[in-house]
Design a protein around this ligand. Sequence first.
Ligand SMILES: Cc1cc2nc3c(=O)[nH]c(=O)nc-3n(C[C@H](O)[C@H](O)[C@H](O)COP(=O)(O)OP(=O)(O)OC[C@H]3O[C@@H](n4cnc5c(N)ncnc54)[C@H](O)[C@@H]3O)c2cc1C
Length: 416
Amino acid sequence: MKKSITVIGGGIIGLSCAVKLAEAGADVVVIEKEQVGYGCSYGNAGWMTPCFSMPLPMPGMLLKSMKWMLNPSGPLYIKPVPSVLLTQWLTRFLLSMTEKKSQIAIEALVALSMKSLNDYKILAQEYPEIEMQQKGLLMVSATNEGVKAAVQELNLVEKYNVPGKILNAEQIKELEPALKGNLLGGVYFTNEAHAEPLKVVQALTKKALKLGVKILEHTEFQKANITTDGSNKKIKSILTSKGEILAEAFVLATGSWSQAIAAELNLNVPILGGKGYALIVDRLKSQPKIPIMILDRKIAITPRQDSLRIAGTLELVNQDFSITERRVKAIFDGAKEFLDIPESIKIHETWRGLRPCTPDGVPLIGWAKDYSNLMMACGHQMLGLQSGLGTGQLVSDLIVLGQSDLNRQVYDPARF
Ligand SMILES: Cc1cc2nc3c(=O)[nH]c(=O)nc-3n(C[C@H](O)[C@H](O)[C@H](O)COP(=O)(O)OP(=O)(O)OC[C@H]3O[C@@H](n4cnc5c(N)ncnc54)[C@H](O)[C@@H]3O)c2cc1C
């Protein structure tokens, strides 16, 4: 008999899990409290870039991040508010900035991202509407410190087969003539790809439906019906806004909402929202051809067919979806320093999303502590799209086969 699985959350992670589980022969239901794909997976930069497999807390980041944190327009901002969750999160964040921890995390995240990149290429053959392009990624800087950081990133991922070329200012401008300003150099990661993020979730939705997955939108998880046998807990069914759902196993893929849901289940899941913005503006006369990361401002530029996406900033919040104009302006002004953006340009959309951030910068993927049938798949910080299908594969392998080549100790949800 087919194994029945209910996935809670219809973002890139939930849909990736659903597709991979259905491909492995499971009987899958996805519940989504709103509309599939309209959480953080809606408007991200669309990058499928194994070169960005760094956890948020990296060694040597302490001074830099403290400087940023105190600047309300800086790329990383934490509003100082009294909160137990924030204090615990920050303590763990600071303790995670060690060489050893970051090396372990990078190896694991590159593996997940490489698997995902490969599987997205297969998805794009079936669903070309995801607009996936493998044009590489250009990481540039106008400071010596920034160029050094780009080369360091290359050194960290090169050993896991993520290729890149170190470029000087002239070579950068030759490769991407749309860039202006006093750039000093950077790195061109040649194998990276990008796509339209919402269309990726929608393609996975179509694929899931084709595989027989039942997708229930506007259906919110409310409570779990738990049985206890000694220290072992089992979820018998869940209560949703549309009624009770029984399943043999459940997958929690609720992004930045996971902390509150897990707390209901007596689990410690220290996920905060890393709020970021994305602006969709008119296509430029001098439109970039390649996605660009401007390191000095932490701004991600993604060319689209008829427009340009400019994304950036990380503001640590707990379920605060408000838009801070000052931070939006900082992103836009930062992009203007490096691209020819006329004053008359139209901003068509200002979007914000909460990246699900764990303090050690690594997602939780695996069986939840003390539960025999609750699989965690949350906390994908800034790389949920790039590691989506890999996460789905790992979750499916663990549930259906009991093991996976992609599994790493570092993902274990019981570490918190
Ligand atoms: C500005 C910005 C740029 C980014 N750029 C990139 C990028 O280029 N590449 C990349 O890989 N990542 C990027 N990210 C990060 C990426 O967007 C996230 O890591 C990813 O979207 C997380 O996916 P998710 O499925 O875990 O969460 P979500 O997409 O947020 O999905 C969670 C879903 O759970 C649902 N849900 C919540 N509570 C319940 C409930 N009680 N019952 C039922 N459903 C519920 C929500 O409605 C939501 O749809 C970026 C993020 C931002 C903000």
